[in-house]
Design a protein around this ligand. Structure first.
Ligand code: 13P
Ligand code: SF4
Length: 350
């Protein structure tokens, strides 16, 4: 990266000192993540957001839903900043509050809403987390989805899982022993989700039709192909991948899990990783004694994570030095209160 920008970011961060706390998700670019005080997966970053209550500014190098969650979990006077407001998440955008409320009303009309516990993946808007909090549900991340579902099935006999169908299905089927037939797919663009009343009554998991377009690019052919190319390879994927890909893999877990798995792997072992490319590249550099390859032959960055680049970070930090506070992410009080119930329930999971 440009040495002038590196020097400017270093100087601005030093000037701000403890007034600023920089969080970085594992999918961030190298040029950005080197300035993070803490790096992590979505769960760790949600925990860490509240770790520095004296910091005036939390610069969140990640995507919009993460910054919203940080705003909800931090003190009111702390300001959460997203260096580029266009850093959204296409999966989070696939569940809109009005659509979710329409689905819920349908469950109420059917008389099943009392049995249904809503669970939302962290990758959702604060509005959706608020809906889940108001209806006694829980937030989960890729590192605690099984614990969240275990807890939810103690509260009710069905789960309404938002917005990532793959995390919901993979956790229910591969970690909890459900049948694929126990899961139905609710399509918000079809009347009544495209499901019959009987399907909804019989289902244990009602999965929202959302997905991650980055992880959706890995296919069963990517797994077959790498197993042919690299004999003895360990295939390690993120649970946002399609069901058949996760089923064919050797290991599955969150970004933090993937990092720890590589740290624990013996020298000389081979790994094909099915997740975002910035992270896979860093892992390959960090483990020269292991063969680390990307699961697919095509390039697979998360374009919105990549929007946070060094120029945006420099601009943000220099604005703060100049006494201006750009790109503040604020969740309105009522939504934040409801969303906090669902987030706190996640943080309290055993
Ligand atoms: P984790 O870091 O929690 O594994 O999530 C990955 C992701 O897609 C974040 O958007
Ligand atoms: Fe969203 Fe997928 Fe990017 Fe994660 S990798 S931020 S789920 S689009």
């Amino acid at each position: 990266s440009d040495p002038d920008l590196v020097a400017r970011a270093t100087a601005a961060k030093a000037t701000l000192g403890d007034r600023v706390f920089v969080l970085g998700h594992h999918y961030q670019r190298d040029e950005v993540i080197r300035f993070a005080d803490v790096t992590g997966d979505s769960f760790k970053l949600a925990q860490q957001a509240a770790a520095r209550p004296d910091a005036e500014f939390i610069v969140f190098c990640g995507v919009h839903f993460m910054a919203e969650s940080a705003d909800i979990l931090t003190k009111p006077e702390q300001r959460v900043i997203l260096p580029d407001l266009a850093a959204g998440c296409s999966m989070a955008d696939m569940a809109v509050l009005g659509q979710v409320e329409t689905a819920w009303e349908h469950f109420q009309d059917l008389g099943i809403a009392g049995d249904v516990v809503p669970v939302t993946y962290m990758n959702s808007s604060a509005d959706i987390k608020g809906f889940v909090g108001r209806n006694s549900g829980v937030v989960c991340t890729s590192s605690n989805a099984k614990r969240a579902l275990d807890w939810s099935f103690e509260q009710g006999s069905k789960v309404f899982f938002l917005p990532d169908q793959h995390l919901g299905r993979n956790t229910a089927v591969l970690e909890m022993g459900f049948d694929l037939d126990d899961c139905v797919l609710y399509d918000p663009h079809k009347p009544q989700g495209g499901l019959t009343d009987e399907q909804l009554r019989n289902a244990k998991m009602i999965l929202w039709r959302g997905h991650c377009s980055v992880h959706g690019r890995f296919t069963i052919d990517s797994v077959r192909d790498v197993r042919e190319r690299v004999p003895g390879v360990n295939v390690l994927v993120h649970p946002e991948c399609r069901h058949e890909v996760v089923r064919a893999a050797d290991y599955v877990g969150s970004t933090e899990y993937i990092i720890k798995a590589l740290d624990a792997a013996p020298a000389g072992s081979s790994w094909a990783i099915g997740t975002e490319l910035n992270l896979v590249r860093r892992l390959a550099l960090a483990h020269p004694d292991k063969q680390v390859t990307f699961l697919d032959r095509t390039v697979c960055y998360c374009s919105t994570m990549n929007r946070i680049d060094l120029p945006h970070l420099v601009w943000t930090l220099e604005e703060l030095v100049a006494g201006r506070v750009p790109n503040v992410i604020t969740v309105d009080e009522e939504t934040a209160r409801a969303a906090r119930i669902a987030l706190d329930q996640m943080l309290a999971l055993p």
